[in-house]
Design a protein around this ligand. Structure first.
Ligand SMILES: Cc1cc2nc3c(=O)[nH]c(=O)nc-3n(C[C@H](O)[C@H](O)[C@H](O)COP(=O)(O)OP(=O)(O)OC[C@H]3O[C@@H](n4cnc5c(N)ncnc54)[C@H](O)[C@@H]3O)c2cc1C
Length: 577
């Protein structure tokens, strides 16, 4: 294959297939030299250029290679030479003299979210002595859809979800970057565990049901996988688990964040954790294992910058409590653990754009696939996509924001719209239309009797907006979305005043790319070998999701958390100390 070689002295030795072609790039070389002479910082030294560009560039890129090489070199220099993040330097071990309290357990669990609560319960249920460390004053819960296919509730309702389709769906969303064996593990084990959770709910007289409010439209299929617990959704579920772990004798320490894992020898076992209690450091020795369930890194800006830079464009964050700062992932990496290579953010398209964030999201109306326009008044996508995909598109727009536009027919239109995946929230108890006036007062929703007036209230350019609506109404008339391919059923005209619009931004719910694990839930080191005594589950673990969240397999983030947390608890408890 033809190659272009960049050697030490660029002026003398730019060769294509061994032939010196330096003269072809004389102009660019001179330009480079001039800029270098000006001392412009953005240009890298010749040596850095060579390092950043690498020694070999594909021949097809040769025609415009030099400016490109400079650009690439600058980018490569930025990431490979200059930037070192503070978390990349492991902290010095906390000296024994600073440990105020010592405890011992068979199993220590970090984090009282859904994953950690399940891990602690399962380990205690197997007879292990368990300590559960939590950073916050209470447990963490979010949402309420908990995926399951193979449980007694689905069976008694004759709801059958093909496992092969489910597997294919998760792999497809993840562009086949996930570890299919972990998804198989989930498929094989979750039903047994969900049945135990349902037993627990029955004993506490907690009601639950399968959400069957799904639909299938090309090109997506929604699966009726999610079980919800009433009345408080996952507040109910996590509260139930907390009650049960206390009854099992788990030592639950709130406001006690884990800060370091104890691994005395490079290839040895993890033997415990150091945490920070109110009165100083606490060392908890773990005879059998430590399970990291401390969630993702939604609130760690440096980690987002390194591992999922697209998330820096978000307008809101779904973990307002701020505790998901990647602690467990970092602690694992500091003692040799490896992180998933790709990112896996769960992005969401319905965030409020005003301070106050998530709770002010205009989900009822803006999550329907009405016409969407950016701050320039332009339409830019098929509005009927899974919410992570929509968020990706929103983040390509100015300020990552958009207006959803409707007309006086919105109430009649919304039922037929039923946007793809998790968007038919109009009828759910989680949010209600009574907030409409509140949103209007905050300027999140605007109204007008004319499209011109609406454009002014939205602060988008009038002419562009009017042209956008006109074009959209033409597509509605034709019943084919020639511009962005939206399902024709969801093309609804913007014709009848009064008109309305709501502004939202793309936000980050959680990150799901944590520490690499094997099917025994053991954390893997950078050579792919399990680290003895160390497990991870939930969002602190990795290789299950990639790129985006497969929302069509509804509730599978909670599905992974409860299943893998539970399995990790069982595996650690069963280990011989
Ligand atoms: C608004 C919202 C709605 C959602 N709805 C759904 C849904 O309906 N279905 C679904 O499947 N998914 C949903 N998700 C995602 C889902 O809630 C999470 O992916 C899942 O709960 C993760 O569980 P986890 O146990 O891994 O982590 P988390 O729930 O994040 O729990 C981690 C815990 O570890 C604690 N912790 C952190 N650091 C430390 C430390 N150093 N020491 C000790 N403790 C520590 C944290 O305080 C926290 O309590 C939603 C997310 C959001 C934000």
């Amino acid at each position: 294959m033809a190659h272009l070689s960049l050697n030490k002295c660029m002026r003398n030795k730019i060769t294509l297939n061994g032939v010196n072609k330096t003269h072809l790039y004389e102009k660019e070389i001179n330009m480079f030299e001039e800029k270098k002479a000006e001392g412009k910082k953005m240009l890298v030294s010749r040596r850095q250029l060579l390092v950043g560009a690498g020694a070999t560039v594909a021949f097809g890129a040769a025609a415009s290679f030099l400016p490109k090489v400079v650009t690439n070199a600058a980018a490569a220099t930025k990431t490979t030479v200059c930037k070192k993040y503070s978390f990349e330097t492991p902290p010095a071990p906390i000296p024994a003299s600073q440990i105020k309290t010592k405890k011992s357990a068979d199993v220590v669990v970090l984090g009282a979210g859904l994953g950690g609560l399940c891990a602690a319960y399962a380990a205690a249920d197997k007879g292990a002595k368990v300590v559960l460390l939590e950073k916050r004053k209470t447990f963490t819960f979010h949402g309420g859809w908990n995926a399951s296919l193979d449980d007694r509730l689905h069976k008694s309702n004759n709801i059958v979800i093909p496992k092969d389709r489910w597997m294919a769906e998760i792999m497809r969303f993840g562009a086949y970057n996930a570890n299919a064996k972990l998804i198989k593990l989930w498929l094989d084990e979750h039903g047994r565990i969900m049945n135990k959770i349902l037993d627990m709910a029955d004993a506490a007289k907690i009601k639950y049901f399968v959400d069957t409010n799904n639909k299938s439209y090309w090109p997506y299929t929604e699966y009726p996988s999610a079980i919800q617990f009433l009345p408080g959704w996952n507040y109910t579920l996590c509260g139930l688990l907390e009650k049960n772990i206390k009854e099992k004798g788990v030592d639950l320490l709130y406001e006690t964040p884990a800060v370091q894992l104890i691994r005395k020898h490079k290839k040895g076992k993890v033997t415990g954790v150091v945490a920070k209690g109110k009165d100083g450091y606490v060392q908890v020795d773990a005879a059998k294992g430590v399970i990291i369930c401390s969630g993702g890194y939604t609130n760690n800006r440096e980690m987002l910058e390194k591992y999922s830079p697209r998330c820096l464009k978000i307008t809101g964050n779904g973990y307002p409590e701020g505790s998901d700062t990647g602690d467990g992932i970092l602690m694992g990496m500091w003692i040799g653990g490896a992180k998933q290579e790709t990112d896996a953010p769960m992005l969401w398209d319905g965030f409020s754009t005003v301070p106050g964030g998530f709770r002010d999201s205009v989900v009822n109306l803006t999550r329907q696939p009405f016409l969407n326009v950016n701050l320039l008044g332009e339409r830019y996508m098929n509005e009927d996509a899974p919410f992570g995909f929509t968020a990706n598109q929103d983040m390509r727009q100015p300020e990552s924001k958009k207006w959803t536009v409707w007309d006086a027919n919105w109430d009649a239109d919304k039922d037929k719209l039923h946007g793809t995946v998790c968007e038919n929230m109009v009828k759910t108890p989680l949010w209600s239309n009574k907030d409409y006036e509140k949103f209007k007062n905050k300027g999140i929703i605007v109204e007008a009797d004319t499209l011109e007036g609406l454009a002014d209230n939205m602060k988008v350019p009038r002419d562009t907006f009017i042209a956008t609506v006109k074009r959209y109404n033409q597509l509605v008339q034709k019943a084919v979305d020639d511009d962005f391919g939206k399902d024709s059923v969801k093309l609804t005209a913007i014709v009848k005043p009064p008109f309305g619009a709501g502004i939202t931004g793309a936000g980050l719910l959680v990150t799901m790319d944590g520490l690499r694990i094997n099917t025994d839930l053991q954390v893997l080191d950078t050579e792919g070998k399990p680290i003895p005594g160390l497990y991870a589950a939930g969002n602190a673990s990795g290789d299950f999701f990639s790129n985006d969240y497969p929302i069509t397999t509804t509730g599978v983030s909670h599905g992974r958390a409860y299943t893998f947390g539970w399995l990790a608890g069982e595996k650690a408890a069963e280990l011989k100390g």
